[in-house]
Design a protein around this ligand. Sequence first.
Ligand code: 13P
Ligand code: SF4
Length: 346
Amino acid sequence: MTESVPEPTPRQLEAEADRLAEKGLADLGYGQQELERCARLTWKINALKKLRRAVIPAHVYQRAEIIHGVSDFVGDSYALSKRCAKTSAKTIVFCGVRFMAETAKILNPGKEVLLPAPEAGCSLSESITAADVRALKAEHPGLPVVTYINTSAAVKAESDVVVTSANAATILRALYARHPSLIFIPDELMATNLAKELGKRLGVEMILWKGRCIVHENFDASSVALYRKLYPGVQILAHAECSPALASAVDFVGGTGDMMRLVERTRARYYMLVTECGLGDLARSRFPRKAFVPMCRLCPYMKSVGLEQVLRALERPSPAQRVELPAEIIARARKPIDAMFALAEA
Ligand code: 13P
Ligand code: SF4
């Protein structure tokens, strides 16, 4: 289906650019020319969204013009999954990476799910295949497979329970009450952080895989002490995909949702968010009276989503932008995701 809306009038364009500036883009450094470029696209996207009865979920690492300009809800992997499972919209235009859009399709298979940037993968998701999981299960028969949500639908289909950074520790605790050992895939740094937190032996009580996030594995633990000296009273929060050396040097380790909640409910002199740049930008917009130490890295996958692709997906989606999964994979991948919801909310 091809849909289109007329170009905005000069007055509509001006009003839209002002709206984006007020939403926080001006404070993030967007100049007038960039605001107008974005406004032309956001105006059309928002008009088309209504016409197509579409929703736009956006992960917190997305570009600010997507988050503030066109998204209907913003959150971490867990919150986005829950919202997508419940949406009554006709179409979900997922501003995030492929595993997130696939999860939306698994949870709400009747919807048209579009991924504006079909190349938006994830180094963790790409580190493991369904055949790898089958081989791990054959090597360790009977052990439950706990799978981080940053994986393909086919890998989830081979798993027993899915977890996100928001609930991994809670779910593992519940599972260890019933199983002495388990397999945790694919993030070896997150697995190591969790094993340490729960007092489990790697390779014995927790069998792991060798996947890594190319963004978080590169944060350097040795600079933490320097930052504490430069910014006395700084509260340092790191994502659970960071290295164990870094995790042991910071004040809090968790997912992006936990990091934002902690910033919201505490009053530190400074905050340092050791994660992808998008979270810092979002925190600065949400908490303009709090001080943030500049520190971030870009995720090339997350940042490959632009307003142009979102518009294209709404106007005339390319076959690559459509997220389609075999019914059999949807049915099998749904079970470990439902197991996650049950354990996380128990
Ligand atoms: P969150 O679920 O914590 O937002 O993490 C997703 C992710 O990809 C982190 O790199
Ligand atoms: Fe994947 Fe890392 Fe990018 Fe998150 S930040 S999507 S884990 S590569």
